[in-house]
Ligand binder design. Sequence first.
Ligand code: HEM
Length: 329
Amino acid sequence: MVNAHRPLIFRDPPDHDTLRGIVMKEFTIARVRDSHAKVATLVDALIDKCRGRDTVCLVDDLSCPLPVAVICELLVVPEADERQFHAWATRLATALEPDARHDEAGRREIAATFDAISDYMRRLVREKRRHPADDMLRGLAARGGRGRPAMGDIDLISTAILLLVAGHETTVNFITNGMLTLLRHPDELEKLKADPERAPRVIEEILRPEPPVHFRTRRALDDIDVEGTTIPAGSSVVLMLAAGNRDPARFTQPDRFDPDRNDNQHFGFGGGLHYCVGAPLARVEAEIALVTLCRRLVAPRLLDDPPPYRAGASLRGPKNLGIAIAGIA
Ligand code: HEM
């Protein structure tokens, strides 16, 4: 059993692999498949709320509320507490930003929010252990061999918080960057509307030039040789995922948005042993959101291009995306 305060995204093997293995056992294909209907219902309900308006603020109206509602559904957080979860997720959105850790006030606010959400999760886990049910958090809280918990309570809580934080702002940016890209390429928007089967190609190509996570940081545990250059053990390393996605040696016309390109292996979800565990869920959310937006927004048009962007260099996406519409289908 491993049990420490740092969430698994910041941990190394062997602890990382143990924790990730437990999460992967719960993040099953069946659970992601089951989320399709719920995501579709949520997306339609959020779009219905925009009826009667001639503009949509995509971030507030759809991209932001959707991922929190989906993760609450997956962890089976009581509906009455969802509003609180939205507030926590928004406040913690910057927690994964390296810049956030340099600002004293920001650090204090993040710490206070972590304390509040940890207390909440502790109570929720206790409740779930008392009333067994088939949900993801209950699965994570289950006993391992010889009746011992597979994850200690501290790891359990930090994993549950990580699932909320890692899957929030990233998915918000994915949907918003996606709609921004489609509005800048109206021919592609029309093609997707006419043929929703194109969605997997479209969303992979959105992740390549417009990845929600631009870089991640690491510390080299050993000397590492990269094509004749040695990165000495102990060095800080910045993995520029977004630059890799536009590497002209890897992609022809890398700045061109082209959903029909082949061999589109990008770093949108990272790579290697920390590869995103939520990628299948994020793909479902983005695919359903974008296809439904294309189908239901009548004559959508960007209000500001470029739109205002959020501060922070690591997680990249518009603060808001104003879209003029002629109605809701
Ligand atoms: C479009 C949406 C998403 C993007 C772009 C994204 C991106 C990423 C990236 C780049 C990493 C690698 C981090 C690293 O190498 O240090 C990562 C890891 C991770 N992601 Fe996502 N993510 C998304 C959605 C989600 C969702 C929905 C969840 C869960 C509900 C999630 C949970 C995680 C977790 C737990 C890790 C850590 C995995 C590990 O350390 O082994 N992500 N994500």
